[in-house]
Design a protein around this ligand. Structure first.
Ligand SMILES: [Zn+2]
Length: 299
């Protein structure tokens, strides 16, 4: 388990924060727009009788439950009898304001987000629901929430993470699904007259360095598909320093290709060889060598 589950439920506050019994039908995701830990978020809620509440706050270490799922919470902003306020399980992802309102994501925020994806998958599994039951606050009242997920264009990506975890849970795998940079690009309808898509050139000799990275010197242009992809500085690992999101349509003139950390990566440089960056472009299975669908296109 990537996080600890903590019970901080305080029934004496239910009169204000959870007055109705509830038979939940879906899950609503929020960003706290705050920098507090999950425990502090819930502690604040538990001493503030202002009809603002949620079921669970989750950070990089803990999922803290404030209200049981059989009582309502007022988090959707859709009125006292709104579907969100009366029928949804509300989950708050902490630390979303670490980088201000502009969508910058801190390391602990990203961990909280990943924990939330796993936690959400467990709740879906518990109720026998699919990922279609996962909503964002914005769906109920139009509020720009979860703000960091929206600002980074990651809503579909987040749902894909939930789906990956749900698949792993259903398979009975004890370990949560391994994070990937993004899901493969959406299927596009093939145009019958179109010439076949260009493939990456993989001629040449692959070498392996001391970090176990397989490398091929090659070059070309790759254009990102429909979803943002996180780039990395200096090495082709998901744990490497973030190099920022490559937006859909982002063009990379690559100088090499790597197989590492579950992905095929392209190497490119920012300043004529002084700073190397890496972008994952599809999944790669280190055991079988199988690769997933291209996330973008080769030019
Ligand atoms: Zn919200």
């Amino acid at each position: 388990m990537a996080y600890k589950i903590v019970n901080q439920m305080n029934p004496s506050m239910y009169t204000y924060n959870a007055p109705y019994s509830m038979n939940p039908i879906e899950i609503c995701i929020h960003n706290t727009a705050n920098t507090a830990t999950a425990r502090n978020e819930v502690a604040y809620m538990n001493r503030t009788a202002n009809y603002t509440s949620y079921h669970v706050a989750i950070d990089d270490k803990e999922a803290v439950q404030a209200i049981p799922f059989n009582r309502n919470a007022f988090a959707a902003g859709d009125g006292a009898n709104g579907r969100g306020n009366r029928r949804a399980i509300h989950i708050e992802i902490c630390y979303s304001l670490d980088g201000g309102n502009n969508g910058h994501q801190s390391a602990r925020y990203l961990k909280a987000e990943e924990n939330a994806a796993l936690y959400t998958a467990h709740v879906l599994h518990q109720y026998g629901w699919g990922v279609d039951k996962v909503k964002k606050h914005q769906d109920y009242s139009g509020k720009y929430c979860p703000h960091v997920i929206l600002a980074n264009g990651k809503w579909q990506w987040f749902k894909n993470r939930v789906q990956a975890h749900l698949n792993a849970i259903k398979k009975g795998s004890a370990a949560p699904a391994k994070p990937v940079a993004k899901k493969p690009a959406k299927k596009t309808t093939a145009k019958p007259a179109a010439k076949p898509a260009k493939k990456a050139s993989t001629k040449g000799k692959w070498t392996t360095n001391k970090y176990g990275t397989q490398y091929l010197k090659t070059s070309g242009t790759w254009v990102n598909g429909s979803e943002p992809v996180m780039t990395r500085f200096h090495s082709p690992f998901q744990s490497a320093t973030q190099g920022g999101w490559a937006r859909p349509g982002y063009k990379v003139n690559y100088t090499g290709m790597c197989r590492q950390d579950g992905h095929i990566w392209l190497e490119y440089t920012l300043d004529k060889g002084k700073t190397y960056k890496y972008i994952p472009v599809k999944t790669w299975n280190s055991k079988t060598g199988a690769v997933g669908k291209d996330w973008g296109s080769w030019k």
